[in-house]
Ligand binder design. Structure first.
Ligand code: HEC
Length: 203
């Protein structure tokens, strides 16, 4: 019995070692100079996270690049006033101006982190507090409770949401309009919600 067990163990060991060598060989057999495979045989190359990151890094726009410099505090080689001016120039307003009509939709867009159809949401609570009844709120950005009481021009609120870098270059606040995450009309509705004295945000 013992002998059989021993033989079995040796056999499985050989199998393991054998397999190991086979994979090693397979690795060695795909050197760079290997003949290119026919087009249809080529396996679809799945990009690793690292590769995707590399591509994204290479495709940064001039402004993102400036903000990604290791010093971070002052964008390299870009004058701050020029930076803001050029970011401001990207801001597009909807026909009806910076204050929308649909406060309810604004409230939804402000709060809902889910993607809805083609329109994605503002996800503001990820970084800000707002409606006091919503206690699961972030503190990466300042609290927006009582926002309208501060007498901020709604146009400035619109600009901030559309492209926060027009106000504060390199802010971590996403450039929601600039990147097309929110449409101008959607941003205007968020502005309407934020400036409505009756919205829970301002209670
Ligand atoms: C990833 C985090 C993040 C998200 C998401 C985010 N913000 Fe911000 N926001 C910030 C940070 C950080 C600041 C402060 C820095 C700055 O001035 O840009 C800020 C600043 C602001 C300000 C100026 C606040 C003040 O006290 O003057 C407003 C208004 C604002 N955000 C609105 C919004 C709205 C509305 C949304 C959702 C549509 C939103 N933010 C989504 C991070 C975020």
């Amino acid at each position: 019995m013992k002998k059989f067990a021993f033989v079995g163990a040796v056999a499985s060991l050989a199998l393991i070692v054998g397999c190991g060598t086979a994979t090693q060989q397979a690795k060695q057999e795909t050197p760079k100079e290997a003949k290119p495979m026919a087009k249809e045989e080529k396996p679809k190359k799945k990009l690793s996270k690292k590769e995707k990151f590399k591509i994204a890094l290479a495709n940064q726009d001039k402004w993102q690049k400036a903000c990604s410099n290791p010093i971070q505090l002052v964008p390299e080689g870009i004058d701050i006033e020029t930076f803001k001016k050029e970011m401001l120039a990207t801001v597009k307003f909807p026909e009806g101006g910076p204050i929308g009509k649909d406060v309810k939709r604004g409230e939804k867009l402000f709060g809902d982190p889910k993607k809805g159809g083609k329109s994605r949401r503002g996800n503001c609570y990820a970084c800000h507090c707002g409606d006091p009844s919503i206690i699961a709120c972030g503190n990466i950005g300042p609290s927006l409770r009582g926002y309208a009481k501060r007498g901020i021009d709604p146009k400035d609120t619109y600009i901030r949401i559309y492209n926060s870098w027009a106000v504060n270059p390199c802010s971590v606040m996403p450039r929601l309009g600039y990147h097309g995450v929110l449409k101008p009309e959607e941003i205007a509705d968020i502005v309407a919600y934020m400036h409505d004295p009756n919205s829970p945000l301002n209670k």
